[in-house]
Ligand binder design. Sequence first.
Ligand code: MEV
Length: 318
Amino acid sequence: MTTASAPGKVILFGEHAVVSGTSALGGAINLRAKVTLQDLPGSILIESGDLTLRGFSLDLISGQVICAEAARATRYVSAVLKELEAADLKVRVESDFPSASGLGSSAAIVVATAAALNAHLGLCLSLKEIATLSHRIERSVQQGLGSPMDTALATFGGYLQVTREVQPIDLPPLDLAVGCTRMPHDTRAEVSKVQTLRKRYPELVDPIFQAIGAISKRSVPLIREHRLEEVGELMNINHGLLEALGVGTRELCELVYAARGAGGAWGAKITGAGGGGCVIALPGTQGEAALITSLRQARGSAFLVRTGCEGLRLEEGS
Ligand code: MEV
């Protein structure tokens, strides 16, 4: 039996602008996807440990229950099996991620599957090769969409600064609250909406992208020196600019304002593509418990994460 696990991520600063080449900063978080392989001669079986049947549907003709999350995990796992020409296996996927959160769960599943196969089949792929292969596979399942940030963070962990290239950067951990709207979002649609706006108003959107890139760069020394009040201020400015790009929603804004108000956060912003999904908030004067309560009162699901966490890991006994 071989088990590998890989983390999800949050984008701290720079989403959307990074698509046009300015700087973004992301951190691996302590939510993980775990993939276990067992020999199963003559068969390939993919099993999901998600027993909550989040987003399930029932096919009335075949009587089959289809769980959207499990179906999504299966698509990514089978793409990796195909790429590495693996068979005669039972693959079990377990994950800590809330559904449709935009916290990098698909990249974590792809990386954990590739790493488990690497160990199980003795392929001797390096971490860099696993990251590159995983990015190619994730992009092909998502029909060409996806920056290398998610798969690189799932592989190497820690923090990454992304422009056109991905660079590891040494920063201390940050404790953040995540508030999820529970609204599904479509990253492709949000990216294309922003890029259309840029084509229509380049003289307005390009300076917004430049400002977002400058915020990402400016945040690095502040995080390093633990100047959280200022990091929070940058989160608020970045959120305002994402709003200007049109990727905010009422639900996301309610979470952001609840976090900054009753939650006492130093700052709060959308993380990822927007249009649904999650916000991140930096606990401030009122502490973590008040922040979580305020996000839940604003009808979000809320939990704490730590950034800068460990990347890919082969689990004990593998
Ligand atoms: C989505 O998580 C982040 C975006 O910047 C898209 C991307 O970088 O691929 C919106």
